[in-house]
Design a protein around this ligand. Structure first.
Ligand SMILES: Nc1ncnc2c1ncn2[C@@H]1O[C@H](COP(=O)(O)OP(=O)(O)OP(=O)(O)O)[C@@H](O)[C@H]1O
Length: 310
């Protein structure tokens, strides 16, 4: 199963929620959608599962290389933003209901419900009504409801929300296993550290538009093309002396060390040679901000505003 979206757009009256987003997801890979509140992630996801129609752009779905009009219902599991199970029914009743809708027979359902509730630590809660469960446990039941029919594709709107760190790890582990077994996964999330570990590719969206996309390395490169380093030199020198070197664009003192950014076009070897001409190079390390930091720099101060007019 593959979904290829090209130039998707979605407008709600005066708000352009999604503006020219292209993406692809295939079996065996995880695509993560990142972006601040109101960026357009859920709007994008709703178009992928066919709940809403794009105003513009193309959604091409194919299975075994053959184009199909829309995702067959049994082929995907969808965790919606507004969770949709019955609060006054028990965990088992809810899961049976969902499983039957997906065409599973009772025996198979009993087995799978047993396996998944055990995996998610919910065995003791199976006869509890959903309303009696904590938010995190309800979230786990919702996730199980997406997995029961073993779909080829999982489309998960914020699967980690409401989960404690232990359960977030559990979900990462489960998604990793499903990916290894060939499931394609699209998820939106705000948990950078988890996304860094899980996603094969990511799409950073702000105000409905893609700000950066690709592998973690590619996204970091797009968001932070400047190469920064931290060095210790002896004898001690000054930022002014360092900035006089052709390979250095900026230099600042940080305690006993200097932090530098390399001039565009200068090679690492030239930088090292020039530093060595100033003094003995005692330490040299690359300074790479993490995804969280880069994300904040990319969207900080210009976050999506709900109801923003275009
Ligand atoms: N049904 C709707 N009617 C009108 N406006 C909507 C509707 N759904 C979303 N929007 C608007 O579209 C924009 C994108 O919202 P969306 O829910 O897609 O963002 P999101 O990235 O999923 O946000 P969050 O991280 O808060 O879930 C927002 O400005 C939102 O107010």
């Amino acid at each position: 199963m593959q979904i290829q979206a090209t130039g998707l757009e979605k407008r709600y009256s005066t708000v352009k929620a999604v503006n020219g987003v292209s993406l692809r997801v295939r079996g065996g890979e995880v695509l993560a959608l990142l972006g601040p509140n109101g960026a357009g992630k859920s709007s994008l996801i709703r178009m992928l599962v066919g709940l809403t129609e794009p105003d513009a752009g193309e959604l091409a779905i194919s299975r075994d290389g053959k184009a199909i009009a829309r995702l067959p219902r049994e082929s995907y599991g969808y965790l919606p933003e507004d969770r949709g199970l019955y609060q006054d029914r028990t965990v088992t009743q809810n899961l049976h209901y969902i499983g039957e809708l997906r065409g599973l027979n009772k025996t198979l359902l009993d087995t799978r419900i047993g396996v998944w509730t055990e995996r998610f630590g919910l065995t003791e809660k199976r006869t509890d009504k959903l309303s009696q469960l904590s938010k995190g446990n309800q979230q786990k039941v919702q996730l199980i409801a997406c997995l029961l029919h073993e779909p080829e594709l999982l489309i998960l709107d914020e699967p980690f929300s409401g989960l404690d760190p232990v359960n977030q790890e559990l979900v990462v582990e489960v998604l990793d296993e499903l990916r290894a077994a060939g499931t394609g996964i699209v998820l939106s999330a705000h948990q950078m550290a988890l996304v860094e570990r899980l996603a094969d590719r990511m799409l950073l969206i702000n105000r409905g538009e893609v700000v950066a996309s690709g592998s973690l390395e590619q996204v970091m490169q797009q968001l932070s093309p400047v190469e920064s380093y931290q060095v210790t030199l002896t004898p001690e020198t000054t930022p002014e002396v360092l900035m006089a070197l052709a390979s250095i664009e900026t230099a600042a003192v940080e305690g006993q060390k200097f932090s530098l950014t390399k001039a565009p076009g200068a090679s690492l070897q030239t930088l090292l040679n020039e530093l060595s001409s100033v003094g003995e190079l005692l330490s040299f390390s690359a300074l790479q901000p993490d995804l969280h930091e880069l994300y904040l720099r990319a969207v900080g101060g210009r976050q999506s505003q709900p109801g923003e007019t275009v």
